[in-house]
Design a protein around this ligand. Structure first.
Ligand code: M6R
Length: 613
């Protein structure tokens, strides 16, 4: 989604800002812009499309000295919400005087009322955006002190924001603030860099401060001073950024998605390492902050998430019920937050989010906290808002996920949920022997995934048969049903093929009407309980001419002759089978998208982290 970079240093601000924006490209965006201070003047460049287009525009319009000399600036990648991705709607936006420039992530909900009030005062607007209203409002509130002006303006807005503001009247300082949209401040040597995502900061410094909601900071190249919106000074600790710069490079792979698929065995090892106790047959997840007594008191597990994280939760639901004998349910976070959920201290809420910034999941966490539930986070990004606001939980340690299509986060989420269920199960009904057996199964996941990844070339060949279709169905049952949903999501988001995931039994309740000769049906037909029924459903599809691609267990003779194509995954526990099977579908989606020539890492209209409702 939108990205912010702001910089104060000695020189080279445009280059620093453009590099920062490139680091944020993976988040998804459709236009970009930057403003720099040049000899007391605000200079702005914007372009629809990619950061490369912005770079060309700025270099064409600005003399070389401006690139080398400018020491301060703000920049943005925009993911359109209010108005199409045009140059006029791209950020930064200026106030009425043209002296104040603003970049903004989030949504100003009362922008219409504010705009009409400002228009009556003579303000002239040049875009369709909510953001421009905030720029004008800050200008209206500016009576000599930029910090004060931003503070006063923010008191009047409703909605969410992460912002960076710069004024020609206050050179050498930038004001940044957050409410619902992340801001991290990197403290360098004689330079300060602000961003909405730590990825833009690496290469400058590892020392960072994460702003909390309602924080507002005044920064210079040397100093950071933070207050809350009531102008009371606040102390925020300096954290060390644990971000491996190589994670932001493709490392010889054609796409980040392919790199991240291949990284999975290692990512899974990192997610699992040190977390299994083979003596007691349990999982050691100290971040859950629970004693066996606490665990025994949990009467319900509620798993929350969106998109891929929601699908991981659906696999978790089976695991909690199967292993821990506890009532478990999955809720789409956006729905949950508005439905007045019934929660209490014996409900364990697990908020699943790779980014830890998804607006709906965060709101659901706040609602759960409010209702006194036992809330924990399952996040990948260390220090993310959900991780901080839940205060307890488990990190994935999957490493940065750059590709918009989530891959390694999903498999690590499922693996961690299995460990959580094992821990809960051992506090309840699972015997030590069963626990040890399951711990061994979980331990084997990285190898199962490595064996699946090794089939990438074979999957690429199969993909050629499916790349020309415009519709596809994915079917599965039990813990493989969520994998069918995830497989369909992967395919549609990167190849633009219309794909639907269904419970295998559900096809004949309607969707089977769409099957005709050659329609692809991708069936999770692993040798796990329920396979008989799935094989029956496959027969029903074959009888209607569908082309069947099966995900099957290696060496399973029962599937012979039933499928046009198949991808084998190693034999394993039914719950664990969801992980390598999902990897097979990630590779299938990747190779189909590649055959179709799609922009795999930055699919159209999509954003990596969805920070608006
Ligand atoms: O960061 P989160 O896990 O909270 O993100 C949730 C979804 O936006 C995300 O999983 C999305 O569905 C992926 N792009 C799918 O590949």
């Amino acid at each position: 989604m939108c990205g912010i970079v702001a910089y104060l240093g000695k020189s080279d601000a445009p280059s620093v800002l453009l590099n920062g924006l490139r680091r944020l490209e993976y988040r998804g965006y459709d236009s970009a812009g930057l403003a720099v201070m040049d000899g007391g003047r605000m200079v702005v460049a914007k372009a629809p499309g990619k950061v490369a287009a912005l770079n060309d525009r700025a270099r064409a319009d600005w003399p070389d000295e401006r690139f080398n000399r400018a020491a301060a600036g703000i920049a943005h990648t925009r993911w359109a919400t209010h108005g199409p991705p045009t140059e006029a709607n791209a950020h930064p936006h200026l106030d009425n005087s043209g002296d104040i420039a603003l970049v903004h992530n989030g949504i100003i909900e009362n922008y219409r009322a504010l705009r009409s009030r400002l228009e009556k005062l003579g303000h002239v607007f040049h875009s369709d955006t909510d953001t421009e209203v905030l720029a004008h409002l800050i200008g209206e509130c500016h009576h000599g002190d930029l910090f004060r002006a931003v503070c006063d303006a923010l008191h009047q807005v409703e909605g969410t924001y992460g912002i960076a503001v710069m004024s020609a009247r206050d050179p050498g300082k930038i004001i940044t603030a957050r409410c619902g949209s992340p801001i991290v401040i990197g403290i360098g040597d004689g330079e300060t860099i602000v961003a909405s995502d730590a990825a833009a900061i690496i290469g400058h410094t590892r020392q960072v401060i994460y702003l909390n909601d309602r924080d507002i900071a005044e920064i210079t190249a040397e100093t950071v001073s933070i207050r809350d919106l009531d102008n009371v000074p606040v102390d925020r600790e300096i954290a060390q950024l644990a971000f491996d710069a190589s994670a932001a490079e493709k490392g010889g792979f054609e796409h980040f998605m392919l790199k991240e698929i291949h990284e999975q065995p290692e990512a899974l090892r990192n997610a699992i390492r040190g977390r299994l106790d083979f003596h007691l047959g349990t999982a050691v997840l100290s971040g859950m902050g629970t004693s066996p007594r606490d665990l025994a008191e949990i009467s319900r597990v509620v798993l929350l998430g969106c998109g891929t994280s929601l699908h991981a939760g659906l696999v978790g639901e089976y695991a909690f019920e199967d292993l821990a004998d506890v009532h478990s349910e999955v809720q789409q976070a956006a729905e949950f937050r508005y439905r007045n959920p019934i929660l209490g201290p014996h409900d364990m809420v697990v908020a699943i989010s790779q980014s830890g910034e998804t607006a709906d999941t965060l709101a659901a966490v706040r609602e759960s906290n409010q209702k006194g539930a036992f809330v924990m986070g399952l996040c990948n990004v260390v220090g993310s808002t959900i991780a901080r606001e839940t205060g307890r939980g488990v990190y994935l340690h999957a490493g940065p996920e750059i590709s918009v299509a989530s891959t390694k986060a999903f498999t690590c989420q499922v693996s961690v949920l299995l460990m959580m269920a094992l821990k809960l199960g051992r506090g309840r009904r699972l015997s030590r022997e069963e626990g040890i057996r399951l711990a061994r199964e979980i331990e084997s996941i990285p190898d199962l995934v490595a064996a699946t990844v090794r089939q990438s070339d074979h999957i690429a060949e199969i993909a050629a048969h499916y790349a020309g279709h415009e519709h596809a169905f994915f079917i599965g049952r039990g813990p493989l049903y969520p994998v069918a949903l995830e497989g369909a999501l992967k395919l549609k988001e990167i190849s633009y093929i219309h794909a639907e995931g269904y419970h295998a039994a559900e096809l004949k309740h309607g969707p089977i009407a769409l099957l005709e000769k050659g329609t692809p049906v991708i069936a999770l037909a692993n040798a796990v309980p329920g396979q008989d029924k799935t094989l029956g459903n496959i027969e029903e599809c074959r009888a209607r001419g569908a082309r069947i691609l099966g995900i099957v267990t290696a060496g399973d003779s029962r599937v012979t002759g039933l499928m046009d194509d198949f991808i084998e995954v190693p034999p394993c526990h039914p719950l664990v089978a969801s992980v390598p099977s999902a990897v097979a579908l990630q590779l299938l989606a990747y190779h189909i998208a590649r055959h179709r020539g799609c922009e795999i890492d930055q699919p159209r209209n999509l954003a990596k982290s969805v920070t608006v409702e």
